[in-house]
Design a protein around this ligand. Structure first.
Ligand code: KG4
Ligand code: ZN
Length: 359
């Protein structure tokens, strides 16, 4: 990439208002500003994200955050080459707030507008931080999505597997709630797990050892609910032991399914060098360590962005904007928001990972 583009990115798809300014120079100097305002305190009393509260809060804080990002970067709108915003998937109210602000700036300042798919932004973050080359094997594990895919280029994905029920992050969140660990569940469960013994409880690992790259987590949640409902003593040690057992079970499932994808990727894309992890669950230390070991055994490099760039952020939206702008992929000011917007995948690969994995 030429190193001459600077894009402002806006992320409002869930419960974080985030704005970043990113350039495409050398990796260490790309992020000029990356601001995030969490709405945690506003949603905590409800035990989860309330869409109307989220949209109102984005509206209240977005303008100030954009001004602050420009100040932090020492730039003015004239220095910016494009305005990107997450246009989906996500909560419709927040998406409308973010894209409308971006379109307004783009119109007033005569800049290109880029409607970014939030999942693609997660996927491309490893190129922001580490210049990872296409094709790479992608494990996307977030609160709403769990997916294995080959990323062959910007907007070009081949789906290898997805979850049949809950997403990995959803499994962390629901299990954390069952254990009374609060919200958001993933980080809370991870820190409780550090004090527990993962071998103290036997929990299921759905689909483990089976061919293919699909995931399933709902059986784990059900098993945990039954354990929690049964009478027991020593509550606080139980909670940390159960947290450790849940974390290990989710992690084992992720590694097992990803191992099949790694085998398929090596057989079918010998030119590919990297296993990339993206999304909030990729911030988890046990998950990262397991994936690093898997990649190492397969002779692939393992790339996961730093934890703060795995969870939702503005820099990933700005970077996806740069990638799309660089490829000439800009959008009209009539581009819709898309609350349901899967990663744009091509037809399933041939041979499918099912067959490759059992061979
Ligand atoms: O990518 P993300 O910030 O938002 C979505 O696009 O969904 O991912 C949020 C998800 C939540 O389910 C959260 O509990 C989980 O990622 N998460 C974690 C950790 N940090 C965030 N799960 C396990 N361990 C973590 N450290
Ligand atoms: Zn996300």
């Amino acid at each position: 990439m030429a190193g001459d583009l600077t894009v402002l990115g806006i992320e409002t798809s869930c419960d974080e208002t985030a704005v970043a300014i990113v350039g495409n120079g050398s990796p260490g100097s790309r992020i000029r500003a990356n601001l995030i305002r969490s709405q945690l305190a506003e949603h905590e009393p409800f035990g989860g994200v309330v869409p109307e509260v989220a949209a109102r809060s984005h509206l209240d804080h977005l303008d100030a955050l954009i001004r602050e990002a420009l100040r932090t970067a020492g730039l003015e709108f004239d220095d910016i080459d494009g305005i990107a915003a997450a246009a989906g998937p996500g909560l419709i109210g927040g998406l409308i707030v973010g894209t409308t602000a971006a379109k307004g700036i783009a119109w007033a300042r005569r800049k290109p507008f880029i409607a970014v798919n939030h999942l693609e932004a997660h996927a491309l973050t490893a190129r922001l931080t580490d210049d990872v080359a296409f094709p790479f094997l992608l494990l996307l594990v977030s609160g709403g999505h769990t997916q294995l895919a080959v990323c062959a280029g910007v907007g070009r994905y081949v789906a290898l597997g997805t979850t049949r029920d809950d997403a990995a992050g959803e499994a962390f969140d629901k299990c954390a709630k069952l254990l009374g660990l609060g919200y958001p569940g993933g980080p809370a469960l991870e820190s409780a797990a550090r004090r527990g013994d993962p071998n103290s409880y036997a929990l299921p690992r759905p689909l483990q050892g089976r061919p293919g790259c699909d995931f399933s987590f709902s059986g784990l949640k059900t098993a945990l609910r039954q354990i929690v409902a049964a009478p027991r003593g020593g509550a606080s040690q139980d909670v940390v032991d159960l947290a450790a057992a849940v974390e290990r079970a989710i992690c084992d499932s992720v590694i097992d399914r990803t191992a099949n994808a790694v085998k398929w990727f090596r057989d079918n894309h010998p030119e590919g060098r990297c296993l990339v992890a993206a999304g909030g669950v990729a911030a988890n230390r046990r998950v990262r360590a397991g994936l690093a070991g898997l990649a190492d055994k397969a002779g692939l490099d393992f790339i996961a962005p730093p934890p703060a760039l795995c969870t939702d952020n503005g820099a990933m939206i700005a970077w996806a904007g740069i990638e799309r702008l660089d490829a000439g992929l800009i959008d009209g000011l009539d581009a819709p928001v898309q609350p349901r917007w899967p990663l744009p995948t091509q037809a399933p690969p041939n041979p499918a990972p099912e067959r490759a994995a059992v061979a």
